[in-house]
Design a protein around this ligand. Structure first.
Ligand code: MN
Ligand code: MN
Ligand code: MN
Length: 273
């Protein structure tokens, strides 16, 4: 795909710097890219001066909906918008507070206190993957999957509830900053169809625009289901790789199946390339 609207850098839990990511995207033939780091737009002050890749403002927000954490991708907004900047600052505080709690819970289970280490490694945007990496390095577990299974996943000690913004508030920030809001990877929340329908309806009612109809390598059945939601609720569609690291051979910028022809892409209303 030449449009990839979901990627990460070293500004959150990605392995490549913004410049390295853009270089790889260009190599893969991506012409339009959004960097969607978790709760930060830090990458946008680190962009190379000139590039063949059109880099669209982006962010991936963690939000609360009915007690669950949902991810909302914001796209094509004003990077200097005050409301959004303020919102991102409070998300960052919630994230750092969560990391502090995870570190102390893990320390109680015998690890060193990793708070300062994750802060340093994550450029101030610490997430559970950073703790997972440390658990692997210190040989508490064999791999990242094991770290989530034993320490960080749902119901485990490192599964700390965080004070994320409510869904409608976060969607409001993006919309007020002139951007489009996308409900990210809807199939990854392990919800029933009924629940997922409620989520997407609530998201739309809050001002949400688009459904992320393709997220990386995904089952065509999932795409078909999300395509039906787009039509039923008259919403546009977004797509992206959710690229984090070249170490995962199945994931690379722009490497996913194009969204079905029947949908309206979220970027249709943007300035043409
Ligand atoms: Mn991530
Ligand atoms: Mn996500
Ligand atoms: Mn992501």
């Amino acid at each position: 795909m030449h449009t990839d609207l979901h990627t990460h850098t070293t500004e959150s839990d990605g392995a490549l710097t913004p410049s390295e990511l853009i270089a790889l995207a260009r190599e893969n033939g991506v012409a339009r890219l959004a960097i969607t780091d978790h709760d930060t737009v830090g990458a946008y002050s680190l962009l190379p001066e000139q590039d063949a890749v059109d880099v669209i403002p982006g962010v991936e927000l963690s939000v609360l909906w009915n007690g669950r954490t949902i991810h909302i991708v914001g796209l094509n907004f004003d990077l200097d918008d005050r409301g959004l900047t303020h919102g991102l600052a409070s998300q960052s505080e919630a994230r750092i507070e969560r990391a502090r709690k995870i570190a102390s819970r893990l320390a109680r289970l015998g690890t060193p206190d990793w708070f300062e280490t994750v802060m340093e490694r994550s450029g101030g945007t610490p997430g559970r993957p950073h703790f997972a990496q440390l658990l692997v390095e210190a040989e508490f577990v064999k791999d990242v999957a094991g770290a989530f299974k034993r320490y960080l996943g749902a119901g485990k000690p490192g599964d700390v509830k965080s004070a994320w913004a409510p869904l409608d508030e976060a969607v409001g920030w993006i919309r007020a900053a002139g951007g489009n809001a996308v409900v990210a990877h809807p199939a990854k929340y392990a919800m029933t169809n009924t629940k997922l329908g409620c989520l997407i309806r609530d998201f739309k009612a809050a001002g949400g625009d688009a459904i992320e109809i393709v997220c990386g390598q995904q089952d065509p059945g999932v795409t078909a289901k999300l395509e039906r939601w787009c039509h039923e609720l008259d919403m546009t569609a977004s797509c992206g790789s959710d690229f984090h690291t070249p170490a995962n051979s199945w994931s690379s910028p722009g490497r996913f199946l194009p969204p079905p022809q029947s949908i309206t892409p979220v970027w249709d209303s943007w300035q043409k390339l």
